[in-house]
Write a new protein. Sequence first.
Length: 452
Amino acid sequence: MTSTRWLAEYAWLPEQAEPTADVLIETVDDRITGVTPLTPAGHPDAGVDVLVDAVRLPGLTLPGLANAHSHAFHRALRGRTHGGRGDFWSWRDQMYAVTTRLDPDSYLALARAVYAEMALAGITGVGEFHYLHHGPGGTPYADPNVMGAALVAAAAQAGIRLTLLDACYLTATVDGQPLTGPQQRFGDGDATRWAERVDAFTPEGGHARMGAAIHSVRAVPADQLATVAAWAVHRDAPLHVHLSEQPAENDACRAVHGRTPTGLLAEHGVLRRSTTAVHATHPTSADVGLLGEARSGVCLCPTTERDLADGIGPARRMADAGIPLSLGSDSHAVIDPFEEARAVELDERLRTRRRGHFAPADLLSTASETGHAALGWTDAGRIAVGDRADLVTVRLDSVRTAGVAPAGVWFAASAADVTQVVVDGRVLVHDGHHVTLDVPQELATAIAAVAR
Ligand SMILES: [Zn+2]
C-alpha cells in the first residue's frame, strides 16, 4: 500500500467555478482518499508549513484529462498533409496510404509514442477508435485481435488508461459498396462476425477496457446497426460512432435512407446514454433533439475539424439540449487538451460574434469528467474522494502562464505547460518529462518507419 500526501498550490475541485488555493490531496494506491483545502477557511490551524512530508505541486493541479477520440496512427500524418488543397476526402487517401505500412510491431511502437505524447499533455485516459484490424488484403492475422492487443500494450507501456473502441467497418459507402484497397483491412464481413471477433478478445491489464464503435453510417449498413448496438448493451460497454462530420454523409444518407444519419441511428436503437457521437458537426435541429432526448454524448474534435475544413459543430446548442460534450484529438494534428477545450468557446465566438458561451469550469469538465465517462471510466476526472488518483499539474510560471489568473489556463496554457502527471497514483510525467520514455525520439523513429 502506497500513501502519498500532495500539496497543491492550486487545485480545481468539483463544482467550483475556479481553483482553490493550498489543497492537501491524499492518495492511497490508485484512489484519492482525502481532499482538504487548508486556507483560508478550511483548516486554519493546519498551516501549510507543517506539512513537511507532503509532495509540493507548484502551479495548478487539475484532474486527469481525457482524450475521447483517437486514431493513433494518424499521428504519422502530422506536418505532412497540411500544405496542399483538398478536403477531408483527399486527406483520407493520404491516411489510407499509411495503413498499408502498419503491422502489429510497427503499430505498437507508433501507438506507444503517441500515447506517451498524450501523457505529456496531461491525458490520463484515451478512447482509441480502432478499425485497422486485419492484415494486407483483409486477411486476418493468426490472432485476429493482434492489432487491438498492440494498442492495449502500447497504452500500458505509455502509462495511460485506454478504452479500445473496436470499430465495425463493413462497407465503403452509404449505399453499400464493398471495401476495396486499403479499406479491406478494416472489414469483418458482417456485424455478427465483428461481434464474434471482439468477443474472443479480453484486453490484458487493469488499465484497459473494451468498447464498441460503428465507424459511420457509410461503413455499417442500416440492417447491421442493431447488432453492434446490442453487443454494447450486452457488454455494458460504451458505443461510439462518427456522425455528420461531412455534409456529403448527410446527403448520401438522405438519398439512400430518406433520413439523416442521426435519424437512422435513432431508428435502429443506437442512441443511448452510453453512446457518443463523434464530431456532430452538421446536425439538423431535429438531430440535436434526438441526441439530447437519448442523453447521448457528443465528442468534439475542434483541432481536427479545423484542419480538415469540416466546419464548426453547434456546441452550445447541443449542450443546451442536454448533450454531454467531450473532446478528442482524432487525427492528432495537435495533441493539446488546452487548445482543444478553448476551441469549444472560441469557435462559438467566431460563429456568433459574441463572447461567453462556456465558462472555464465547463471547459474543464468537458476535458476531464465527461470524457472519461464517455469511455466508461465513471470514477475518473474529478479531484474527489473515491475517484482515481489522477493529478495533472500545470505550471503558472512559464512564458505563457506567468501572471495568469489560475482559471485562465484554459485560454493561456498549452500542453507544454504540464509539468507533472500522476495516473492511478503513479507519477508518469515529472518535470515535464515522461519517466520511462524518450517521447520525441520514439515518435521520430516510429513515424520514420511508416510515413513517406
Ligand atoms: Zn475519427
